[in-house]
Design a protein around this ligand. Structure first.
Ligand code: ADP
Length: 162
């Protein structure tokens, strides 16, 4: 089985991400969830915080490794001896974005293949961006993120206000 990397910002990890990772794991048997530094997206959480939250989610899941990286995803993927990237598709707009990214990646690394899985319909509308907005407005996010993530979000948003 190829070594598979599921990269993303995970700012923060949601049930949509978790569902995709678990389904990927069922196919590939092993998976590395790789948290991208991605300062361009001005993340709410630091890289260490995002990694900690992802680690907590998968701490009892054999086959899942959690890691982080800076720089180009394809370089990271090659550096750990992998050549397969797993990504999720929720909407047509995701498809367009991922399609462009896949072709750009192919330009830089023809040996690295991107694989896509459709999200579970239950989570098709879920994005870290809207979860953050909802929590900022005081909404209950327990259907979107695990309890430890919701707690951290509330704390972080409170810190930002004070
Ligand atoms: P990035 O900044 O790299 O897009 P994200 O954390 O937003 O990072 O997403 C990482 C991957 O997880 C992407 O492939 C994205 O399509 C997928 N993803 C995000 N939210 C969901 C969801 N609700 N269901 C399934 N996949 C998702």
């Amino acid at each position: 089985m190829p070594k598979v990397v599921y990269p993303g910002s995970f700012d923060p990890i949601s049930y949509g991400h978790i569902d995709l990772a678990r389904r990927g794991l069922r196919i590939f048997g092993e998976l590395t969830v790789a948290v991208a530094h991605n300062e361009a997206k001005s993340p709410l959480f630091t890289m260490d915080e995002r990694v900690e939250m992802v680690r907590e989610v998968f701490k009892d899941t054999p086959g899942v490794t959690v890691d982080c990286y800076d720089g180009m995803t394809v370089d990271y993927v090659r550096s750990i001896g992998s050549h397969v990237i797993l990504r999720g598709i929720r909407t047509v707009s995701d498809f367009e974005y991922e399609f462009q990214m896949a072709l750009t990646n192919r330009h830089f690394a023809d040996d690295v293949e991107m694989m896509f899985m459709m999200t579970n319909s239950q989570y098709a509308f879920l994005s870290s961006h809207f979860i953050k907005e909802a929590v900022t407005l005081g909404a209950d996010a327990s259907a979107f993120v695990p309890p430890h993530v919701e707690e951290r979000m509330k704390k972080k948003l409170l810190e930002r206000r004070t």
